[in-house]
Every structure is written in structure tokens, then in C-alpha cells.
Design a protein around this ligand. Structure first.
Ligand code: N1C
Length: 276
């Protein structure tokens, strides 16, 4: 009996502590749920526009808001596997570019070597030097049905479905780049792989087919080789390339080692044509 009062006080304190702990636990749970929900609902949405505009504004006199609108109408509010390349036609119309005859550089499976070279020497123009190519280089985007958002995560990958927004974009602007090509055009292909002219590449499946002999005089292939080269200009796939070319376009192929290219990049005083 003597212990009755202190024991009851202890119990009360325990109950109060339990209550506080439960309230804190519930609050933490609510915060976690809210954060997770917030993250999933805004899953990388609307992050692309600022990058797009920022890169676009580096090109003088461009109407970047208009170009953005034309760009996003291609894929917004659509199933991300139902975006054929024609969806980008309006974009091409608002962001057209003037071709630089004799300076256009195509490539396949040599992305790093090509850009390393073209950045150091102001001789050739790749698609990534044009407004649309440079703005979207390295980015991923898609939309979803019933939403006006642009997502940058959870989008179909390059091979998940043919008509995905990123793949269709590169198909469409690569087609345009080849349509306007003129004079002598150059293509850097990879001499360290068995099939430098791969039928599934954009270069083979889109660009080469669209080079037109009324505008293009020569196609100069630069086959980039390494020490232990696995291919040379007699490679079978390059025979197919010649067959694919529009009659009247002259074909040329030269094996150039990567070290030769590097050497040339470090001597920008040499004339552009003197690298191979
Ligand atoms: O499929 P590819 O090469 O043959 O495409 C390269 C070819 C070039 O001549 C370019 O004009 O097509 C054009 N092009 C790009 O400019 C480009 N920039 C970035 C095609 N694809 C481009 N990318 C990305 O590289 C694209 O997202 C895709 O994943 C690769 C294609 O490279 P590849 O197979 O080496």
C-alpha cells in the first residue's frame, strides 16, 4: 500500500513517454511517405527545359522558347514507344541550319575520337555542332499519356522500342543533316571493330541512303585504326557502303591511326586537309 502512489506515478510517466514516442514515430512515417510520394510523382519531370534553354541560348539569334515548344510537342502526352521520327518535322522546320559544304563530318562508333578531333581543329562540322544536336547531345527525355510533363528518368532505352523519343529524334535530325550535305563529305568509322559500317547504325540506315549525288561529290571515309587494327579499307562492310551510295558520288577510304589524329589535333596550324 505504501508503494501505491509512486508506482502509479511511474506508470503514468511511462504511458506519457510511450505516447510521445508513438506520435514521433507517426510523424516520421508521414514525412517519409510524403517524400517518397513527392519523388515518385515528380519523377525527374520538367528538369530538361532549363538545360535545353541554357544550351540553346549559346546560339545567337535563336528563338529558343519557340524551338522548345516545337520540340516538346513531338512526345508530350504520348506513349513513349509511339513517337515516330516524323513527329519531329515541326522542330526541324523551326530550327533549320545552313549546311557547310565540304566541312560536314559524319561518324559511326567513333563518337569520342571524332569530337576530340573536331573540337581541337576548326575544320569539320558534326551534327553536335548544330543547334539541335548540341542542345540534346547526351540527354534522355520522354512524355507520358495524360500528362504535359517532360520526364528525364524511367524513359524507354535505345533498344526497348524503335519509336522512342530519343532514338526518333536522332533518326530525324541525322536524316536532315544528310539531306543538306554538300560537296566533299567525310565519315570517321571505327577500324577496331569487325563491322565499321554496321547496317543497324544511324550512319548506315539513314545518313548514307540520303546523300544525294546532285549535291554531294565525294564521300571520304577515314577509318580510324589502333596499333592492332582488326580492319582496313578492304573490309567487307565497306563494300556494302559503296553499293549503298547514290550513283555519281565518288568514294574514297583511308586508314588513319588514332595517334596520327592526335598528332594532327595538336598542330592546328596545319591545313585542315593535311591530316590524312
Ligand atoms: O548510329 P550511329 O553511331 O552510326 O550514328 C552516328 C551518326 C553520325 O554521323 C551523326 O550525324 O548519326 C548522327 N548521330 C549523332 O549526331 C549523335 N549524337 C549523339 C547519331 N547519334 C548520335 N548520338 C548518340 O550516339 C545517340 O543517342 C546514339 O545513342 C548514339 C549513336 O552512335 P553510334 O551507334 O556510334
Amino acid at each position: 500500500m505504501e508503494h501505491d502512489v509512486p508506482v502509479r506515478g511511474l506508470e503514468k510517466r511511462r504511458t506519457r513517454r510511450c505516447l510521445v514516442l508513438s506520435v514521433v514515430a507517426v510523424l516520421i512515417l508521414i514525412i517519409i511517405v510524403a517524400v517518397v510520394l513527392g519523388l515518385t510523382l515528380t519523377r525527374g519531370s520538367n528538369k530538361l527545359k532549363p538545360v535545353f534553354l541554357d544550351r540553346c541560348q549559346k546560339f545567337k539569334d535563336s528563338n529558343c522558347e519557340e524551338i522548345w515548344d516545337a520540340f516538346q510537342q513531338a512526345y508530350v502526352n504520348r506513349d513513349p514507344c509511339q513517337v515516330p521520327m516524323e513527329r519531329y518535322d515541326p522542330l526541324i522546320a523551326v530550327a533549320s541550319f545552313k549546311p557547310s559544304c565540304n566541312r560536314m563530318m559524319f561518324w559511326s562508333k567513333t563518337k569520342d575520337v571524332v569530337h576530340d578531333f573536331t573540337e581541337k581543329r576548326d575544320c569539320f562540322v558534326t551534327l553536335e555542332d548544330t543547334l539541335l544536336g548540341s542542345v540534346l547531345n547526351g540527354l534522355t527525355w520522354c512524355g507520358k499519356q495524360g500528362s504535359s510533363e517532360t520526364l528525364t528518368t524511367g524513359c524507354p532505352g535505345w533498344t526497348d522500342c524503335d519509336n522512342n523519343p530519343v532514338r526518333s529524334f536522332w533518326n530525324r535530325i541525322s536524316a536532315r543533316f544528310a539531306d543538306v550535305a554538300c560537296g566533299d563529305v567525310t565519315a570517321m568509322l571505327n577500324g577496331s571493330i569487325i563491322t565499321p559500317f554496321s547496317p543497324t547504325s544511324i550512319f548506315a540506315s539513314i545518313e548514307v541512303k540520303r546523300l544525294n549525288s546532285t549535291r554531294v561529290r565525294n564521300l571520304n571515309v577515314v577509318l580510324v585504326t589502333q596499333e592492332n587494327a582488326v580492319t582496313n579499307c578492304t573490309n567487307g562492310s565497306l563494300k556494302n557502303l559503296q553499293k549503298e551510295l547514290d550513283e555519281g558520288i565518288k568514294y574514297n577510304c583511308k586508314e588513319v591511326s588514332e595517334s596520327q589524329l592526335k598528332d594532327c589535333s595538336s598542330h592546328p596550324e596545319k591545313p585542315c586537309g593535311a591530316c590524312w
